[in-house]
Design a protein around this ligand. Structure first.
Ligand code: ADP
Length: 440
């Protein structure tokens, strides 16, 4: 590193003054002081221009600057430029190294990462795992739309619904045995990150679990039917001392049968990819829910049905009814006598059909709400068992709604009551034919 004078201006000016003094004295000795001084000035000017020219020609090329030699202002300017250029080069080298590390890391990731444009999802960059999992071609597929390369109705539905949650269990376009999960993450204001993960192993384990539950439930069904049958044949009048025992055995065997039936229903729902797409008459659903609520309540509650949505639904009548009646049954079971239960069918402000069951019952503490739809999750075990609950009702509701591209909205306040609302996508609604509905 060159040692720089601490005060280049001072140094330059003193050098110039010395030079001019020398020229003036030489001029005076040779006969003309002024000619000597003018020649000295002209030489100093020429020298400065020459330095300026050298500096400019170094800067105008994209060449690496030479380490400056000498003293003075020009050397100082050149030294600072040289230092700036060296720092910029070092920064560039560091960034290159960082970029290389990032690319190597991204390339060796087991998950496929795609940078796509906001809106059209045009592919801007992807790593090597995207070639392996999605069959993308590094040269040809940059700039193409993701939905043109991965054509699956589930992907389009997922994107249309906002892709807020990851899309699970999508078969890979190049190997149907490979199951993928897709997640769309906001990245910059005009780009999004699509992360594709191979979840084949997870799906396999999930399938093993489902098969196990389905098989166990199925195997339990026959012996339970036999036990139930024999219990029904036993007459308590013949053995009055067994009456209490028999009653308890019948209750427990009915409960177990109901658990097995609910587990089989859940297994069936889980195995299904999509719901049946029949028109579901919501008026007759409401009428039958009203009848069921009255029968279950047996006059203990005030039951109200309100309807302000003139739409029916696309879906499976049987499955939707099972979901709605689970909510109604819960409302009756968890609302003390004298309470109010409302079955309200309406369209929300986004035109989505919404069936809500609102009760004035005991309510659910907020900390239980995130887990309430898990299998066998109960807030109070005793109340659930006393009233014949299996702990699977809300799980069934959630699965039915998933199959119908709907979701369950739960609001509850302890001591005030609860609202369980099934909200469906607007596209699920069928506007009723006004003539037909008037005639009905
Ligand atoms: P269960 O058969 O036990 O009722 P569910 O899955 O239907 O099972 O419900 C899970 C738990 O959620 C219930 O055990 C109960 O604690 C709570 N729950 C469900 N619905 C209501 C309701 N309307 N009011 C208060 N608690 C409820």
């Amino acid at each position: 590193m060159r040692l720089m004078p601490s005060r280049p201006w001072q140094h330059s000016i003193s050098r110039l003054a010395g030079w001019l003094f020398l020229c003036a004295v030489s001029g005076a000795l040779l006969g003309s002081f002024w000619i000597g001084l003018s020649a000295g000035l002209a030489a100093a000017l020429g020298w400065n221009y020459w330095q300026l020219h050298r500096l400019l020609s170094q800067l105008s090329g994209r060449r690496r600057l030479q380490a400056p030699q000498g003293w003075g202002v020009f050397s100082e300017v050149a030294a600072r430029l040289f230092q700036r250029q060296r720092e910029a080069r070092q920064r560039k080298r560091r960034l290159h190294a960082l970029l290389r590390t990032f690319r190597t890391a991204a390339a060796s990731l087991p998950d496929a990462i795609l940078v796509v444009s906001e809106g059209q999802l045009e592919i801007e960059w992807f790593n090597e795992a995207a070639v392996r999992l999605l069959g993308l071609r590094p040269r040809d597929d940059i700039g193409k739309r993701f939905t043109h390369l991965v054509r699956a109705p589930r992907v389009s539905d997922w994107l249309a619904s906002g892709a807020a949650e990851p899309l699970l269990d999508l078969p890979s376009p190049i190997d149907a045995n490979r199951r993928l999960s897709l997640r769309l993450i906001d990245y910059t204001t005009r780009q999004r990150l699509l992360v594709v993960r191979d979840i084949s192993m997870l799906m396999h384990l999930e399938q093993v679990r489902r098969d196990f539950v389905a098989n166990v439930s199925h195997e339990l069904r026959t012996p339970l039917t036999v036990v139930h049958g024999y219990l029904d044949m036993l007459e308590p009048d013949e053995h009055p001392e067994w009456a209490g025992l028999l009653r308890e055995m019948r209750t427990q065997s009915a409960r177990m049968t109901q658990i097995v039936e609910d587990l089989l229903t859940l297994s069936r729902l889980e195995a299904q990819e999509r719901a049946i797409e029949d028109p579901v008459d919501m008026r007759s659903q409401l009428a039958s829910l009203n009848r069921e609520a009255e029968a279950l309540s047996n006059g203990r509650h005030r039951i109200v049905v309100t309807e302000s949505c003139d739409m029916d639904l696309h879906g499976s009548s049987k499955e939707l009814h099972s979901a709605f009646s689970n909510l109604v049954s819960n409302a009756v079971r968890y609302t003390p006598d004298g309470g109010r239960i409302e079955i309200r069918y309406s369209c929300d402000d986004q035109g989505r059909p919404r069936l809500a069951v609102i009760d004035s019952g005991q309510g659910i503490p907020a900390q239980h709400l995130p887990r309430i739809t898990e299998r066998f999750y109960r807030v109070s075990n005793s109340r659930s068992r006393e009233t014949g609950g299996t702990g699977l009702g809300l799980s069934i509701v959630k699965h039915v709604l998933n199959l119908h591209q709907g979701h369950l909205d739960i609001h509850s306040e302890v001591g005030q009551g609860s609202e369980f609302a099934c909200v469906f996508a607007a596209s699920r609604g069928i506007v009723r034919d006004s003539d037909a509905s008037e005639a009905a």
